[in-house]
Design a protein. Sequence first.
Length: 102
Amino acid sequence: MADLSQEQWTEQLQADDNAIILDVRTEAEVAERKIPNSINIDIHKGQGFIYQLEELDKSKNYYVYCRSGARSGQACNIMNQLGFENAYNLVGGILDWNGEVE
């Protein structure tokens, strides 16, 4: 796992042809606003979160975010334990996000 600032996260994401944006917040949080083209898997679903992660392609690079960066950091650690090689945590989460939202 790598903790990346918004600038690092955005630059790396834009240059990455193998990228997936993963939002680990609740559905209610996602309904308020989200980073475009992100997929949502709620980390609060416990084992359900693990099951959904297991269905993802581990060869992809995952750019993970949440509200403030804490849950996404946990999610990146879990992903690394499950064999995902590249999981990047957005420090500060969507609270500090200055980029595009939908």
